[in-house]
Design a protein around this ligand. Structure first.
Ligand code: FAD
Ligand code: NAD
Length: 471
């Protein structure tokens, strides 16, 4: 390419961050190239993350419910069997449909899509090693690093994605293992533990901290989630650290230490899932060629407008700061294009929801009680249990609660924490309320349809500044 053919924006990575930025920039009339090496668009989320995991979670829940939760509903079922190959096929169909859909959207918005690995040759020039062989070069007035993240490996245990797996292997096991140890009780660990435990695997989750759920989950909700997951058959070892592993035998052996000084123990399992977090991925990108800075955790250092120290090179998504969530990447992708094109953009980092898609779901937005306590900020709490909600009772699905946290003086909503049926959808209402600066009285005075689970949300708001009606 020659300088006259410079693109307005060259994006490295076609994950949620990259493809959303590409579409948005196309819509803004910019000339865009998006480089992705995977062979399909959508990144971790669509290919080996959010989407396939939710397919397995949804269908394993259905299977588990048919096995264990029909009789009391007056439904008698005969011989129920799981066909693992078809169960996986349903997941693959969802993934393919969505990744192809993204490819169509790039085309529709005039984005050039290059299948290959991109690396910096200079501050404006990206070399692309094409998947089909050969090489090309693209030049960009602006460049966006959207290369995402990868699973953090566990030292001494080599990942083969068959016996020692990351989430990627855990999404595609070819047979149901008898036993599985999950290292790390964060969101990946608990979602995957749920899937395989529902299909019949004996699952043990080993978590270093004293609570499950990873960073950000409210203590009270995390305890309640652990109790409900334990009831489903998942075993937990908290305050326990996996110190070493040995995969040379028929079973994988793990040595664990109590973080509180108890006696060391050893566990064995047919499959071990390493789910101890993810780290930014910037391998083979040639960052050293342009003198780009990473922080001590490998994140690309950016300013509040996503600029690196080379101002026309920006970075969004998992490769930089903030929670590693698809919807956070998507918000940033839109904002970064707006910064480039118009000079302004907006992401409210205090208002990014989190959802754990276990059963029941756990969802939250805003501050936790532990955050507020640590900052010495006064707050008021109101809760409403699903056991007092008419729809939850009708559905025979009454585990969990809605918890709201508000400013005791102004009544402004500070946080919402839900464990219960449909929590992942219900949190959208909490997110909107928080984004608009609602008080809990505003929520309580908003008419909610009856009978719905959302009435529990309204009643939790009532309980925060006054009293709930039904509890
Ligand atoms: P990625 O999706 O990782 O995309 C980066 C892309 O860049 C990749 O496709 C990679 O191949 C490509 N790339 C990297 N380097 C180069 C290069 N040099 N040249 C060309 N291409 C390159 N988040 C949620 O919000 N909800 C969920 O339910 C959820 N579930 C998850 C489940 C699992 C099992 C996992 C692992 C993650 C999950 N996440 C979820 C997190 C979510 O997947 C990420 O936050 C999201 O994918 C980040 O988007 P990204 O575009 O920044 O990075
Ligand atoms: P995480 O950081 O959420 O949890 C990792 C857990 O492993 C932590 O609780 C940590 O204390 C524990 N741990 C670390 N080392 C350990 C050791 N040696 N022994 C025992 N425990 C150890 O990370 P994750 O669950 O791997 O998820 C990675 C990212 O993917 C997260 O940012 C998450 O938000 C994202 N994700 C999101 C969703 C969702 O939104 N539903 C689903 C999956 C993944």
């Amino acid at each position: 390419a020659t300088a006259s053919e410079d693109k307005d924006l060259v994006i490295i990575g076609g994950g949620v961050a990259g493809y959303v930025a590409a579409i948005k920039a196309g819509q803004e009339g910019m000339k865009v190239t998006c480089i992705e090496k995977r062979g399909t668009l959508g990144g971790t989320c669509l290919n080996v993350g959010c989407i396939p995991s939710k397919s397995l979670l949804n269908n394993s829940h259905l299977y588990h419910q048919i096995l264990h939760d029909t009789k009391n509903r007056g439904i008698e079922v005969g011989d129920v069997k799981l066909n693992l190959a078809n169960f996986m096929k349903a997941k693959d169909t969802a993934v393919t449909g969505l990744t192809k859909g993204v490819e169509f959207l790039l085309k529709k918005n005039g984005v050039e899509y290059l299948k290959g690995e991109g690396s910096f040759v200079s501050e404006n020039e990206i070399k692309v090693a094409l998947n089909d062989g050969g090489e090309t070069t693209v030049r960009g007035k602006n460049i966006l690093i959207a290369t995402g993240s990868e699973a953090t490996p566990f030292p001494g245990l080599e990942i083969d994605e068959k016996r020692v797996v990351t989430s990627t292997g855990a999404l595609s096991l070819e047979k149901i293992p008898e036993s599985m140890v999950v290292i790390g009780g964060g969101i990946i660990g608990l979602e995957m533990a749920s899937v395989w435990s529902r299909l019949g695997t004996k699952v043990t989750v080993v978590e270093f901290l004293g609570q499950i759920g990873g960073p950000g989950m409210d203590n009270e909700i995390a305890k309640s989630a652990q109790k409900l997951l334990k009831k489903q058959g998942i075993e937990f070892k908290l305050n326990t650290k996996v110190v070493s592993g040995d995969a040379s035998g028929e079973k994988i052996k793990l040595d664990v230490d109590s973080a509180k000084g108890g006696k060391p123990e050893s566990l064995d399992a047919e499959v071990v899932l390493v789910a101890i977090g993810r780290r930014p991925y910037t391998g083979n990108l040639g960052l050293e060629t342009i003198g780009m800075e990473l922080d001590e955790r490998g994140r690309v250092i950016i300013d509040s407008e996503y600029r690196t120290k080379i101002p026309h090179i920006r970075c969004v998504g998992d490769a930089t700061f903030g929670p590693m969530l698809a919807h956070k990447a998507e918000e940033e992708a839109v904002a970064v294009v707006e910064y480039i094109k118009k000079g302004y953009g907006h992401v409210n980092y205090g208002c990014i929801p989190s959802v754990m898609y276990t059963y029941p779901e756990v969802a939250w937005v805003g501050q936790t009680e532990q955050d507020l306590k640590a900052q010495n900020i006064p707050y008021r709490v109101g809760t409403f249990p699903f056991s007092a909600n008419s729809r939850a009772k009708t559905n025979l699905d009454t585990e969990g609660l809605v918890k709201m946290i508000a400013d005791p003086e102004t009544d402004r909503l500070l946080g919402v924490h839900i464990i219960g049926p449909n929590a992942g959808e219900m949190i959208a209402e909490g997110t909107l309320a928080l984004e608009y600066g609602a008080s809990t009285e505003d929520i309580a005075r908003t008419c909610h349809a009856h009978p719905t689970l959302a009435e529990a949300f309204k009643e939790a708001a009532m309980a925060t500044h006054a009293k709930a009606i039904h509890f």
